[in-house]
Ligand binder design. Structure first.
Ligand code: 5AD
Ligand code: FES
Length: 359
């Protein structure tokens, strides 16, 4: 047995082991993918769960240096879907047995925003007889807000750490009282205290990022004991400051390959968590998300955002499905997922097994 094969069979991994796995190429990379696939099947099975994604507003108070909807990007037309539009989309998700929805937006924390989400949560619960699972992805909030939203029906929350290296975090975000690495860590802790299933993740292939950083990101995910992870390749956006560093980037294909290896390696490190096949994968390879499902991911987030808003929610270039409505998206996904050999868990919440076993 080679050293690489020995590492693959471990259940605990040092940073050096992780770097070795993330650096694999050719035949060894295939072995990593095979191992991740079998660990996934054994730990969480073959089902893929849907989280219908509703990007209900692109108004954001933050100014992340990589993000297309950052506050300072004046080229974006700002929108806010109406309550009726949001509820209609959630009804579509429920009627089509999607199991769960994710309400995502730019980050705001005014009382109007907080209370609006609160009422929406209650209405979504009502319209679906409490059947739809609800994940929120609305940025950093106070623990009181997290608690209030939990009380009203949200039970999962996505908030990416983006990079677990504080120096790298500082280079890709403006540093001020209102935005800092420590505040992000605190928010993740608060979500846990408030009782959510917590999802976080990182971008892969950022300027200045090393393979050691990515190995540390994986160890960070393990250390904070996350329940769900969404991570995908960084993709440059022309109207953001980080675009100036594009010449130092790996090629898109290299970032894509690295993202797949991150997913597979994470599956070995945390076999029972939920791992999403990030949409950003599909911006590089049309079959990108399905490839991630085959090698370790078990969650997919079909985009249900109304077509009239989609082009204004471009976090990065080439975001896929800009003109496909929810129904088409569903049909095309169904066929693709079947091709990847997975089964869709219609009508099921598909909670993180890792979370269930802790509680
Ligand atoms: N490339 C890839 N992912 C991005 N995100 C934001 N901007 C980009 C980009 N340029 C991701 C961030 C954020 C999530 C909603 O989208 O990780 O947390
Ligand atoms: Fe909106 Fe980063 S730009 S949270």
């Amino acid at each position: 047995m080679t050293n690489f094969q020995k590492i693959l069979l471990q259940t605990d991994f040092s940073r050096d082991d992780l770097v070795t796995l993330l650096s694999s190429e050719g035949d060894e990379r295939q072995q990593l993918f095979h191992r991740a696939q079998s660990v996934k099947l054994q730990a969480v099975g073959n089902k893929v769960y849907f989280r219908g994604l509703v990007e209900f507003s692109n108004i954001c108070a933050k100014d992340c240096l990589y993000c297309g909807i950052r506050k300072s990007n004046e080229k974006v037309i700002r929108y806010e879907a109406t309550d009726e539009e949001i509820l209609e989309t959630c009804r579509f998700a429920w009627e089509n047995r999607f199991g769960s929805v994710v309400l995502q937006s730019g980050e705001l924390s005014s009382p109007t925003f907080v209370n609006r989400i609160d009422l929406l949560l209650q209405k979504i619960k009502q319209l679906s007889n409490n059947e739809l699972g609800i994940t929120l992805s609305c940025g950093e909030q106070s623990i009181e807000t997290y608690r209030q939203w939990k009380e009203s029906g949200a039970h999962r929350y996505l908030l990416r750490i983006e990079s677990s290296n504080p120096d790298l975090y500082r280079r890709i975000h403006p540093e001020n009282d209102f935005h800092s690495f420590d505040r992000r860590l605190q928010a993740l802790q608060d979500l846990k205290t408030a009782g959510y299933q917590v999802g976080t993740g990182v971008m892969i292939g950022l300027p200045f990022q090393t393979t050691e950083d990515l190995a540390n990101d994986l160890l960070f995910l393990k250390q904070i004991d996350v329940d769900m992870v969404g991570m995908g390749p960084y993709i440059e956006h022309e109207d953001t400051p980080l675009y100036d560093f594009r010449s130092s980037l790996k090629t898109k294909q290299e970032r894509f390959d690295l993202a797949l290896k991150m997913v597979a390696t994470l599956r070995l490190l945390m076999p029972e968590i939920n791992i999403a096949a990030a949409t950003a994968l599909q911006a590089i390879d049309p079959a990108g998300r399905e490839k991630a499902l085959t090698i370790g991911a078990n969650i997919i987030m079909p985009n249900l955002t109304s077509i009239k808003y989609r082009k204004e929610y471009q976090l990065y270039e080439d975001k896929p499905c800009l003109d496909e409505d929810a129904e088409l998206c569903r049909n095309c996904l169904e066929a693709r997922i079947e091709l990847s050999g997975c089964e869709i868990g219609y009508g099921e919440w598909g909670d993180s097994k890792h979370f269930i076993q802790k509680s």
